[in-house]
Structure formats: structure tokens, C-alpha cells
Design a protein around this ligand. Structure first.
Ligand code: 13P
Ligand code: SF4
Length: 303
């Protein structure tokens, strides 16, 4: 039996659902029951009426699902698939900041460790960051950890002072204006859509700045034949699959190595053993649940 048939059979037998992020390798996206952005995956797992969920994504996404769904068995096929940006917040540094600024609300991007979320007032994803910061009643906000997304928020939120942590995503931050310009020179009519984790100079060049789900939405809506997409290059798999009559060009061809650590073999093994199950310290999970639930309640920016 082929690897894919074995995965399908075991999935049925174990009453399991496979969910995958938009940056997962194409084969994983193709066998998944649901593919989405961080916000979509967090919502989807909560809605699923199954016990076993195979989550193909990086640690912070899986951790969030575990925290929001304490009674589900959330299996991460590769526990070593982390997000370097999530490691850029040291909990002691954050506690010190909070002590110094007791009236500042802490808004954390979901791309953080559970410990960071436990110290936060509310979480956000790239799809609702502006809406979340606008929803906070404090006049001062600390945004952790992505300085690029933090800067993007300040383009819209003018009535609050926003302190921004010094973190970044190495995959997006390395996309340069020159990388974009090179493609603009080749495809002058192309629509440019970038992820808000890109540098401000790259965001300045874009027609739209969107989460990965928003990038897909733009592909459906756009009447252009070419699109310049400022995000992880595996996004091209989903774009090509769903909107096949366009050409997609990725400035700098950025790759997130952690997203590539999950393979079909590892998914099969997870289904055979129903592990490894990702666990979160109970007390940390209890404190991190509230900011995550607030984020889900707020909904997407466009909702
Ligand atoms: P999205 O929530 O837009 O899918 O982004 C997740 C991510 O890790 C981007 O680097
Ligand atoms: Fe983290 Fe960047 Fe990879 Fe997203 S693309 S998971 S932010 S390292």
C-alpha cells in the first residue's frame, strides 16, 4: 500500500483529522483535511468533533491548539519544528518590562512561547493584529515579538503609544526591496501582496499586506495574471492549486526550514502511535488560555 493510502486508512481507523499550515510541504497540504493560516487553524481545531488531531505546523501553533483544546489529543509529528521568532522573548525580560510599565497592555503575536502568552493580556495573529491592538482600552501597548508586524500596526493605530519588541522572522525579514524591484521590473503589471512580517520598506512597495489566508483571498479576487508574493515560498503550492490561471513570483524565494521538518513518513508514524502529543504545563496553559480566547473572540480583521 502507498504511504498516502496508509495515512488515509489509519486516519479513518483512528478517527483523526490532519490540519496543516500554508507553509507545509505540498504533499502534507495535499493529504490534510484542512489547510490554513494561524488564525484559521486555531479556530478549526476548536470546531472539530474528533479526539485525535495531527497538527502539521510549528510549535507555537500546536501549543495554542493544545491550550485552547485541553480535552483533545493534539499530535505534533515533529516536536523539533519550532519558530525561531517565538524564542526571541525571554520571560524574565518581559516580566521586568511589566514591572516597570504596570499600565501597559501586553499584546503578543501567536508566534510566541506559551510562557509569553501566559504573561500577555491578549494575543493576535497576522490577520487581526490591528483589530486586536485597537480593541485594547489601555493607551499604551507593548507588542511582542515581531518588530515588523509591530511597525505595520502603528500605520493604523494612532491613538495609542505602541512599544515594540526587537524580534523578527528571519524568513520574511530577509526579503529586500531589491528582491521585489527585480520582479517588478520583469512583471510591471503584477499585483504585489506581502505578509506583515516583511520589513517596512517591503510593505511600502506592496498593494496589499495580508496574512497567508489573506494572500490566498487576494489571488481569488485579483484580475492580474502575475502576482508578486512576499512570503514563504511554499504558499505557492496552495495558490497554484486554488487559482491556477496566475503566475506567482516569490522575491528572494524565502524558506522556513522548520515548516519543512514534517514529512509524510512522520505523519504516518504519528498516526500509527498517536504520538508525540505536545503537552503544556497546566498552570501556564491556564494563564495563556484567556489571551488566546480573547483573540479568537475578536475574529479576523475583515470580520
Ligand atoms: P499566518 O498566520 O499569516 O499564516 O502566518 C504564520 C507565520 O508563521 C508567518 O510566518
Ligand atoms: Fe516562524 Fe517565520 Fe517560520 Fe513563520 S515563517 S514559523 S514566523 S520562522
Amino acid at each position: 500500500m502507498s504511504l498516502i493510502d496508509s495515512i488515509k486508512e489509519l486516519k479513518e481507523e483512528n478517527d483523526a483529522v490532519i490540519v496543516a499550515h500554508n507553509y507545509q510541504i505540498g504533499e502534507i497540504q495535499d493529504i490534510a483535511d484542512f489547510v490554513g493560516d494561524s488564525f484559521g487553524l486555531a479556530k478549526k481545531v476548536a470546531e472539530l468533533d474528533v479526539t485525535n488531531v495531527i497538527f502539521c505546523g510549528v510549535e507555537f501553533m500546536v501549543e495554542s491548539a493544545v491550550i485552547l483544546n485541553p480535552h483533545k489529543n493534539i499530535i505534533h509529528p515533529e516536536l523539533k519544528a519550532g519558530c525561531p521568532m517565538a524564542e526571541m522573548v525571554d520571560t524574565d525580560d518581559l516580566l521586568q518590562y511589566k514591572q516597570k510599565h504596570p499600565n501597559t497592555a501586553v499584546v503578543s503575536y501567536v508566534n510566541t512561547k506559551a510562557e509569553t502568552k501566559a504573561e500577555s493580556d491578549i494575543c493576535c495573529t497576522s490577520s487581526n493584529a490591528v483589530k486586536v491592538v485597537e480593541s485594547v482600552s489601555n493607551s499604551r501597548v507593548l507588542f511582542v515579538p515581531d518588530k515588523n508586524l509591530g511597525n505595520y500596526i502603528t500605520r493604523f493605530v494612532k491613538d495609542k503609544e505602541v512599544d515594540i519588541w526587537d524580534g523578527f522572522c528571519g524568513t520574511h525579514d530577509k526579503i529586500t526591496p531589491d528582491d521585489v524591484q527585480e520582479l517588478v521590473d520583469r512583471y510591471p503589471d503584477a499585483e504585489i501582496v506581502v505578509h506583515p512580517e516583511c520589513k517596512p520598506e517591503v510593505v511600502d512597495m506592496a498593494d496589499h499586506t495580508e496574512s497567508t489566508a489573506g494572500i490566498l483571498r487576494r489571488a481569488h479576487e485579483s484580475d492580474k495574471d502575475h502576482m508578486i508574493i512576499g512570503t514563504e515560498k511554499e504558499m505557492g503550492h496552495r495558490l497554484k492549486k486554488e487559482v491556477s490561471d496566475k503566475e506567482y513570483h516569490f522575491p528572494g524565494n524565502p524558506t522556513c526550514q522548520n515548516m519543512k521538518k514534517i514529512t509524510l513518513e512522520k505523519v504516518l508514524k504519528s498516526l500509527e502511535n498517536l504520538e508525540p502529543v505536545l503537552t503544556v504545563d497546566e498552570e501556564i496553559a491556564r494563564r495563556a488560555r484567556k489571551p488566546l480566547e480573547r483573540m479568537v473572540q475578536i475574529g479576523r480583521g475583515s470580520e
